[in-house]
Design a protein around this ligand. Sequence first.
Ligand code: HEM
Length: 416
Amino acid sequence: MSTTAPTSSLPLFDDRVLADPYPTYEALRNTGPAVHLEKYDVWAIARHADLAAILKAPDTFGSEAGIALTALANRQILASTVLASDGTVHTKLRRVLSQQLAPRAMKSLTHRVTSRAERLVETYTASGRFDAVGLARHMVCDTVMELMGLPEADRELMLDGAAATFDVFGPANDRYQQALPLASRMVDMLHKHLTREAVAPESWMGAIFQAVDAGQIEESDAVPLASAYTAAGIDTTVLGLTDTLVQLARHPEQWQLLRRDPLRWAAPAFHESLRLEAPIQGFGRLLTKPASIDGVHLDEGEQVWLLYGSAGRDPQQWGHDADTFTIQRPRSDRHLAFGGGPHLCAGIPLAELQARSVLRALAAHCSHLTLDGEPVRVLNNLLRGYSSAPITVELSPRTSASAARTAETCQQGPVT
Ligand code: HEM
């Protein structure tokens, strides 16, 4: 380690910082391109440009044995996953997922996902008040669990297990210790349900078994690979979608803009929210050879922590209004909340499809969204988001009229 390199005693994973990490991120961005965090013996990368460059250099900054902060998580819990692999092993695993998650595959899902969004939005908004987290969880869990071929009864276990898995990426603090048993219960559940006998051949898991049969991957790769769908694909989208709804409720003029042209603005609104509040705040990489990060020398074997949540607020990249939510921001989809390089999120088309569908259904139904009290933040070593976010809605005149007509018809009895 270079002796002149910037160091910091900032407690990145303490509750106080997790509750509002942005002053800490700003301090790290101002301190240097790579800042050694003494408490965790890891180098924080907080600036957008440095982070983007590291993501594109996987031969120097490896994911295997470096994606999480503890050896237990890297070597046991995450071993054989697509996230924690490099080179040809990563390419082999990723190819199997890509077939299921590619934009082409989304075409056949579009009708199912949009119908689900319309049905759920109608149900959740009917009383004029709903929890955005409840709606987002219902939408995302039902979609992913159906695609995986998992029973709906395990929805809560899946949600708790996914959040716990992300806690396990962090340092060995109390949150990590409490998460370990939950994360392994989820793995047990996946092993129990995702068997050849239980899953439909046309499900995502069926496709993974077909890849095993075709000799593309080993049998032992199958369940770890499936955990990429369940851990990476559920909480992230729930938190991102919830935050989008919260931001739109906080900024009524942005909601009106979206409502006037949902086809145009639904996706930018989702991306702007991901830029501002990245659902995954950070991931690690291990140096497989020495490297210089904008003049700071790092040795082979050192670890960097990529602060996606900080990159989205970097004024060097986003300008003086980097902390402001504005869905008209040019190129807001260039954020790093989905990572980048070979590990770029494989689920972007599915996350976008679900978010667009919910936002468009809401735009068709609701003229106004308002926060009904402060959303409750959940603290996690990696994730950022809410555990509840109450929202009140005013139904749009067309929806109100059709609801009133339905009520009238019901009172008059069926038309003969
Ligand atoms: C808003 C929603 C989402 C966010 C913010 C998100 C974020 C991320 C990030 C930051 C990475 C990069 C990891 C790294 O740097 O090493 C990643 C990778 C990944 N994501 Fe997502 N994700 C989302 C949704 C999804 C969905 C819906 C799925 C699938 C059902 C998914 C599957 C994956 C997989 C398989 C990887 C690993 C890719 C690889 O290592 O090659 N994600 N995601």
